[in-house]
Design a protein around this ligand. Structure first.
Ligand code: ATP
Ligand code: MG
Length: 178
């Protein structure tokens, strides 16, 4: 096994819980190694997640930004142009951040949803990932990861739902879901 350092493309997908939180865990690990982490959250924006406050402790070494509105109407003509504009803005920032080499790890949280809702083109994302600086790591999260991106990625994990509290009518819990 070669032990050369290199940037990886990782995908956390699947219907089970844990995609975003696994990315946050990896981000914490990276920051602990003195690396700089940028996490851009596509679509998210209305809920206040605990991690937004937690990352404050890391200053400029771990930056987390919500780039959406939280609720997205999907399905062809119904997609609100404002949500598409926000996704385009998020993507422009994500692309610039990846290509800049200023961040050791860039997390594109929920980007797979934006792609599967046809708000963002998978080929455009793939193009940027192919030209990323060698040492930059990128994590993409969200269900229904596009096959093109799965093909391109080095490590792909599919969270499988065995059961979820929600099925018992238990609503999202502070500290666990947000
Ligand atoms: P988390 O942020 O907790 O790691 P996730 O990123 O895997 O979850 P998302 O698809 O982004 O999951 O959805 C986020 C929210 O939906 C979380 O509050 C999560 O608990 C909830 N959720 C995830 N999977 C399920 C499921 N199978 N059934 C019901 N709710 C779910
Ligand atoms: Mg998520």
């Amino acid at each position: 096994m070669a032990d050369t350092r290199r940037g990886l493309i990782l995908i956390n997908t699947g219907a089970g819980k844990g995609k975003t939180t696994a990315a946050l865990g990896t981000a914490l690990r990276a920051v602990g190694n003195g690396m700089k982490v940028l996490m851009l959250q596509f679509l998210k924006g209305s809920w206040h997640y605990g991690e937004l406050d937690a990352v404050e402790a890391f200053g400029g070494n771990f930056v987390l930004k919500q780039m959406g509105r939280g609720f997205v109407k999907v399905g062809g003509a119904e997609t609100d142009p404002e949500d598409i504009r926000l996704v385009e803005e998020a993507w422009a920032e994500a692309r610039a951040a990846i290509l800049s080499g200023a961040w050791d790890l860039v997390v594109l949280d929920e980007i797979n949803y934006a792609i599967s809702y046809k708000m963002l083109d998978a080929t455009v994302v793939a193009e940027t990932l192919r030209e990323k600086p060698e040492m930059v790591h990128v994590i993409l999260t969200g269900r229904n990861a596009h096959p093109l991106l799965v093909e391109l990625a080095d490590t792909v994990t599919e969270m499988r739902e065995v059961k979820h509290a929600y099925e018992k009518g238990i609503l999202a819990q502070r500290g666990i879901e947000y």
